[in-house]
Design a protein around this ligand. Structure first.
Ligand SMILES: [Zn+2]
Length: 280
């Protein structure tokens, strides 16, 4: 097996700014290889969180910090690191919709760094008393239970406060029966502390020039570009035919991507030549 290169993750680019990790600790990553992508081909709604965590486990090289200690708020950013560097030719999201103001069609490729992110310097930790319990803001770790109920406020409360433990919340719905003022207190503690990738991007409509806020799907199953196994096999055969070399499972995908682009160029040129010949 070939050794892969590892690159440093700059703590300044993580929502936690690395403040919760030991002094002298470091996080490095490697680019996804073909084996990782084959593994990801089996991702679905039910296994997606585990699958993405497994990819993180494989691709991160941690020093003086354990995988279990990584914060949930950094998880998405780490995934984006992997995605941006692995799929260098196509790492963003394409969005297509009608502008609500001028009704013209907007098609835009969103690059990952454009997605709004808030870091802990823009947040603050506060507490409130509810039923005699001190409810305070917390940052959960990757190993903790991360809630994705689809209800933004519920998720914010469950993921950014200690209410689960203190108020003995078993089901997210339990929060909905709280008196309105208590619910509002919980939400304000959570909102003040909430940070990480925020899941939207502000873009300018090319027709009318207004700023539009577009939501980005951050579900685990869509975090990585999906490459189909059939496509991978086709690419392998073509690269072998045109370049005479084999794509191995250990090969980083960014290199494979370049090879495929090159082979496609060759195929196009070949087709052009054939056309010219047949015209003669
Ligand atoms: Zn518009």
């Amino acid at each position: 097996m070939t050794e892969q290169n590892y690159f440093n993750v700059n703590y300044e680019n993580l929502p936690s700014l690395g403040r919760y990790y030991k002094n002298g600790s470091s996080i490095k990553f490697r680019i996804l290889n073909i084996r990782d992508l084959k593994f990801l081909a089996a991702i679905n709604k039910d296994n997606s969180r585990e699958m993405v965590n497994e990819i993180l486990r494989r691709c991160l090289l941690l020093d003086k910090v354990k995988f279990e200690e990584l914060l949930e708020i950094d998880r998405l950013s780490l995934v984006f690191y992997l995605r941006t560097n692995t799929f260098q030719l196509s790492n963003g999201y394409r969005t297509e919709f009608n502008c609500p103001y001028c009704h013209n069609k907007v098609i835009r490729d969103i690059k990952l760094p454009e997605i709004a992110t808030r870091n802990i310097d823009d947040c603050f930790i506060s507490e409130e008393r509810i039923h005699g319990k001190v409810i305070s803001a917390i940052y959960k770790k990757i190993v903790d239970n991360a809630y994705k109920t689809g209800e933004r406020d519920l998720d914010t409360i469950l993921n950014f406060t200690n209410c689960e433990k203190e108020l003995k919340i078993v089901d997210p719905e339990d929060l909905l029966v709280l008196p309105a003022d208590e619910y509002a207190k919980l939400l304000s503690v959570a909102e003040r502390a909430r940070c990480g990738v925020l899941g939207y991007v502000d873009i300018t409509c090319p027709s009318c020039g207004r700023t539009l806020r577009v939501g980005i799907d951050l579900a685990d199953e869509t975090l990585f570009n999906k490459v189909s196994i059939v496509q991978m096999i086709k690419n392998r055969v073509q690269v072998n035919k045109y370049c005479g070399c084999d794509i191995s499972d250990d090969m980083p995908y960014n290199e494979v991507e370049i090879m495929i682009a090159y082979v496609n160029e060759l195929i196009e040129k070949e087709a052009e030549m054939m056309q010219k010949k047949s015209r003669r």
